[in-house]
Write a protein that binds this ligand. Structure first.
Ligand SMILES: Cc1cc2nc3c(=O)[nH]c(=O)nc-3n(C[C@H](O)[C@H](O)[C@H](O)COP(=O)(O)OP(=O)(O)OC[C@H]3O[C@@H](n4cnc5c(N)ncnc54)[C@H](O)[C@@H]3O)c2cc1C
Length: 477
């Protein structure tokens, strides 16, 4: 019997697993997909929210503000880019202005530092490309941006380096009481026994909560669609610019990303199907229309990609955390919709402490927090590049020209502990295929490298696991 089974290797599951690695416990993470960060974690706005939006007194408010404060030390330790770029909430009409006051008051109650409301002239000085109809803005200097999947890979690497085991393509099907702990049966018939289960299954966390507790939970998918804007427009905005929020969410935002592109979105649409991550022409048109108000001269020609993510919207209106009263030893990290990325570092500490208490576990002094990190060709100076190529000639072979990713980085991304096994896995770990051509040139070369590293045939390489094969040919002939 293992000590802890974590169901789900999204940001939350990986963050909790890494925090648990600080204790003398054995942790196994079961993940249905073939990689970490395949759920909401890969498709969101990537904003580290300041914390003025959540209702005071909720888990969302508490962990948003606490999580935001942990981003600097955590990202420094893991080598993940993070920028405190400031968030602005802009008002375009006098009806919007009271909402700014309301958000400021709410933020102050939540403990958000430095909030202030500024008038039109100052807004346009701060962000000259905001649409001319702006009348005022709430400025939140602690708002930030980071890359959620890079953070998740690094957390998973660090967890694995500290003894956490990951099982991929290993979806949990049922959780049931077994002795003093739990038995988890997987979709392919395997069973695992554990003293504690930590439920971080994203959109499917309600399934497991409802198997063990009488306090039922319903999670529905709320889809958000996005446009990604080319690096050519880097610098158009320094801050993240939100519009005044509505009942459905924080509205369409425009934000730089830590990688130099800009993100525009999301929409908010209630769905039934927990797998429907399609984008739609109607929603993308709505985003464009809304973005034109925020971004004066919005560059439609700069759109290089569109994508959608599904928020895990719970019926209790808040994160569902910790043990249900009738299921001791079963811990929820459920209904973690926005601001879940921001909250994750603080949630993880809080949950790991409670799990360790339940197990009577003490700290492991040998925990090493960092994650192994390969140097990135695109961030090197000329002399660093020359030295890297002298050390490893594969640094001199650029595979992704748009993003400047070398063959050495792609091989490192496959060879690391929680290594890439798919085209998307390589893409998210290295940015190869994320530039203007969206993999048009580098995809065949990455497939060839995956084949060499994994010892598989090209027809076996997938985009994201399962049946997402990229090539047809030899198998049929
Ligand atoms: C459109 C959108 C915008 C957002 N914007 C922001 C933002 O700007 N800032 C912010 O703070 N937050 C934001 N969020 C929220 C943030 O993305 C999430 O809170 C966070 O990613 C949740 O992580 P998670 O690990 O709980 O879920 P997920 O990333 O969904 O991970 C759950 C994992 O569980 C796995 N799983 C599911 N079922 C099983 C099973 N049966 N067995 C094993 N594994 C299973 C899944 O495959 C998945 O890997 C946004 C979310 C969305 C969708």
């Amino acid at each position: 019997m293992t000590d802890v089974i974590v169901i789900g290797a999204g940001l939350v599951g990986c963050a909790v697993a890494r925090e648990l690695a600080r204790y003398k416990v054995h942790v196994r993470v079961l993940e249905r997909s073939c990689d970490v960060a395949e759920g909401a974690t890969k498709s969101n706005s990537a904003i580290v929210h300041a914390g003025y939006d959540a209702k005071p007194g909720t888990h969302k408010a508490r962990f948003n503000v606490a999580g935001n404060a942990l981003f600097e030390p955590l990202c420094r330790e893991l080598g993940v880019p993070f920028q405190r770029n400031t968030s602005l909430v802009v008002a375009f009409s006098s009806e919007d202005r009271p909402k700014l006051e309301e958000l400021k008051a709410r933020g102050e109650t939540n403990g958000v530092p430095g909030l202030r409301i500024v008038e039109r002239e100052e807004v346009l000085t701060l962000e000259p490309n905001i649409g001319p109809d702006v009348i005022a803005a709430l400025v939140a200097p602690t708002g930030g941006i980071c890359c959620p999947y890079e953070l998740t890979y690094r957390l998973a690497e660090s967890a694995a380096a500290n003894g956490v085991e990951f099982s991929f393509n290993c979806g949990a099907r049922t959780v049931a009481r077994y002795g003093g702990g739990w038995r988890v049966e997987t979709e392919d018939g395997r069973t695992y026994e554990a003293r504690v289960v930590l439920n971080a299954a994203g959109l499917y966390a309600d399934v497991f909560n409802n198997q063990v507790s009488g306090e039922k939970l319903t999670i529905r998918p709320r889809r958000g669609e996005y446009l990604m804007i080319d690096k050519l427009f880097a610098g158009a905005f320094r801050a993240t610019v939100f519009q005044v929020p509505t009942a459905m969410g924080k509205g369409v935002l425009v934000s730089p990303t830590v990688d130099g592109t800009l993100i525009v979105g999301p929409t908010a649409e209630e769905l039934e199907d927990k797998s429907d991550t399609r984008t739609t022409a109607a929603s993308l048109a709505k985003i464009r229309q809304s973005a034109e108000r925020v971004w004066n001269g919005f560059p439609s020609s700069g759109v290089i990609a569109t994508f959608a993510g599904l928020r895990a919207h719970g019926d209790r209106g808040d994160f569902v955390l910790g043990e249900p009263p009738d299921a001791p030893g079963f811990f929820n990290a459920a209904a973690i919709e926005s601001p879940g990325l921001t909250a994750a570092p603080a949630l993880a500490v809080w949950l790991a402490e409670r799990v360790a208490d339940r197990l009577g576990a003490t700290k492991r002094p040998e925990f090493a927090g960092g994650s192994s990190h390969w140097p990135q060709f695109r961030s090197m100076s000329s002399s660093e590049r020359a030295a890297a190529i002298a050390r490893d000639p594969a640094y001199g072979r650029i595979v992704c020209r748009c993003e400047g990713v070398s063959e050495a980085e792609i091989r490192a991304a496959i060879r690391c502990r929680i290594g890439a096994r798919t085209l998307d896995g390589v893409k998210r770990r290295t940015r190869a295929g994320m530039g203007r051509c969206q993999g048009g040139f580098c995809t065949p070369r990455i497939i060839a490298i995956l084949c060499e590293e994994l010892g598989v045939a090209p027809e076996e390489v997938t985009k994201f696991g399962g049946g997402s094969f990229l090539l047809k040919g030899a198998r049929e002939s």
